[in-house]
Design a protein around this ligand. Structure first.
Ligand code: F6R
Length: 611
């Protein structure tokens, strides 16, 4: 997501910081900034847009000094702007902080700092950290003030701080977001990612969660935040090249993003599940309770993969909230005369937040008086700005054109929204919510478990990569997964693929089935299992070659079909989150076997800003 670099030594810091930021550019960013100690003050320079814009601004301001920190931001709280760009300062400008991650309790921390007279200039969660350090530095030294602050933070951070009162050190801390210390010759670097410092040193130590590091030009030490014990850190030599680092050791961004899903699903949930796991909160909906109580219909507008997430959401909402839900292709909705009024809750789902049709559909709904809600990944995007309220996915930049981690994050946020509505409308009590949410909270580990043991999909890909057509069939909550599996396959491998409700097959697609035709069934244990087994038998009877996605422990399907891909068990409404992973991998492996560029399929763009 965001990127951090810091320097302490004898050289000029600014050029090192800028070259480090350039190395981090591939992660996606919307603004960047530096803070350099010039011997008298901390000089902050921040700009929105590309690193070259920041670099030009630094050339003009010329902050000269050998201690500095820098950050590229990919917005999570507050739109991309100079105010929201890091580093963030306290009231006096004597503390500068850069941070990756999300501080979940920043609203309450900010409230109490405001009541104590602190003045904020940004909308970020990070700025509270600078003010807290300022507050504690009134009675403690810099290091103790950072420690006191860290002890009050909930959420995730990779944090780097400097202070004009002690301009001989950089303090770093890690919880859930990576941080390394790079060891040079009489100089030290800190970074969120080794790629930022590889031009200067290959010797690094990796901080572990709960560790704090104090880095001075003469050395460094690392200790445990909670018991103050010294951490004995090993210096490791980084051997990977830049390309491998950018892709986190994976061959492609798509594979990296598929494997990021255990983490991105957790990030999508962050801050929403409260009261010991029995209540769902959505900050953006607070204060709108009266309006929400008048809602009698939900309309979801989206395109492509986001549309499929909308179909899963319909299933979850009808199941939990018992409210009518319509899911519309945004491009169709905007050119109809849809029945929308002020009692409609219209959700626009969009990874990029820039899809032209989704934005236009949303504006139409707004004109007709609906309450509009955005589920976007890119903070400050057009859709995020146009809605009445919304929630971000916090999935980090999705660089591969084919959407993977955004899809599972969208479903996660929409699952939480379903539970939220069910609670608001009195359809479930706290115990029921707790039960449902505990299943959702187990999903990241189940995805991880699946990805760590996956081997069958690549073997199946070898057998089928020369197919000319593939049919994907599913029912209920997993019919959208069939559509998504087919979309991934056709957009990447250029094999013709169709997704269809399994029972609809009899009404036409069954004519396609012969002994050449691979048919993928999503057949995990759920309320339609027996029906889908009958559909499998219908395909088998016509010689089709069946691959079934099945629940671990279901030995029956092995007796019926050629290939079974097992996924962990969960409750029906959340099964799409697990079942889609082998679909993504199958499309990935088949595409690479065919020799196509999996990250940049032909004719497609990541953000479709034209109709
Ligand atoms: C498919 C894919 C597209 C997008 C669609 C909508 O892998 O990525 O189908 O889902 O173009 O994009 P967003 O979600 O940015 O509105």
């Amino acid at each position: 997501m965001c990127g951090i670099i810091g320097y302490i030594g004898k050289k000029e810091a600014s050029p090192i910081l800028i070259s480090g930021l350039r190395r981090l550019e591939y992660r996606g960013y919307d603004s960047a900034g530096v803070s350099v100690w010039n011997g008298r003050d901390l000089v902050n320079v921040k700009r929105t847009g590309r690193i070259s814009v920041l670099s030009d601004a630094i050339d003009e301001k010329r902050p000269v000094g050998s201690l500095g920190i820098a950050h590229t931001r990919w917005a999570t709280h507050g739109a991309p702007s100079e105010e929201n760009a890091h580093p963030h300062s306290d009231c006096s400008g004597k503390v500068a902080v850069v941070h990756n991650g999300i501080i979940e309790n920043f609203v309450s921390l900010k409230k109490s700092l405001l009541s104590e007279g602190h003045k904020f200039i940004s909308e970020t969660d990070t700025e509270v950290i600078a003010h807290m350090i300022e507050k504690y530095m009134k009675v403690e030294d810099f290091e103790s003030a950072v420690v006191s602050t860290l002890k009050l933070l909930e959420g995730a951070y990779g944090l780097v701080a400097i202070s004009a009162d002690e301009p001989d050190k950089i303090i770093v801390a890690k919880k859930g977001s990576p941080l390394v210390i790079g060891i040079g010759d009489g100089e030290y670097f800190v970074a969120s990612d080794t790629s930022a410092i590889l031009d200067h040193t290959k010797n690094v130590i990796y901080l572990d969660d709960g560790e704090v590091g104090v880095v001075e030009s003469g050395g460094y030490r690392v200790f445990n935040l909670h018991d103050n014990s010294v951490a004995d850190k090993m210096i490791e030599e980084v051997s990977a090249n830049m390309d491998a680092i950018e892709k986190g050791g994976f061959d492609t961004f798509m594979l990296k993003e598929i494997f990021e899903q255990p983490e991105s699903i957790v990030n999508a949930m962050r801050g929403h599940i409260t009261e010991g796991g029995s209540v769902v909160k959505f900050g953006g909906l607070e204060g709108h309770e009266k309006r929400l109580s008048e809602i009698n219909r939900v309309i979801i507008v989206a395109c492509g993969t986001s549309f499929h997430a909308g179909l899963v959401a319909r299933w979850m909402m009808e199941e939990l909230v018992k409210i009518p839900v319509e899911v519309e292709y945004a491009s169709e909705f905007r050119y109809r005369n849809p029945i929308v009024d002020e009692n409609c809750f219209v959700i626009a789902i969009s990874q990029s937040g820039e899809t032209a049709d989704t934005l236009a559909a949303l504006k139409l709904a707004k004109e007709r008086g609906a309450f509009t809600y955005g589920v976007c990944n890119v903070v400050g995007s057009s859709i995020a700005r146009a809605v009445d309220a919304g929630a971000y996915l916090h999935a980090g930049p999705e660089i591969s054109v084919a959407s993977t981690k955004a899809f599972t994050s969208q479903i996660t946020v929409l699952a939480l929204l379903s539970v939220y509505f069910a609670q608001q409308f009195g359809k479930i009590n706290k115990n029921e919510a707790h039960k449902i949410l505990s299943h959702l909270e187990q999903i990241p580990n189940k995805v991880k478990e699946y990805l760590e043991n996956v081997k069958d999909v690549e073997e199946i890909a070898k057998e089928f990569y020369n197919a000319t057509n593939i049919l994907y069939l599913g029912r209920g909550a997993n019919f959208p997964v069939a559509l998504e599996g087919a979309l991934k396959m056709k957009e990447l491998s250029y094999i013709h693929a169709e997704g269809c409700p399994a029972a609809e097959m009899k009404h036409g697609p069954i004519a396609l089935i012969d002994k050449e035709m691979p048919v993928i069934f999503i057949a995990t244990k759920d309320s339609t299992y027996d029906k889908i087994v009958s559909n499998i038998q219908e395909v088998k009877a016509r010689g089709g070659r069946v691959i079934a996605i099945a629940t671990v422990g279901d030995n029956y399907l092995e007796t019926l079909v050629e290939h079974v891909i097992y996924v962990p068990e969960t409750i029906e409404i959340f099964s799409p989150l697990l079942n889609v992973i082998p679909m993504q991998l199958l499309a990935y492996y088949i595409t690479t076997m065919k020799g196509h560029d999996v990250d940049k399929p032909r004719n497609l763009a990541k953000s479709v800003t034209v109709e």
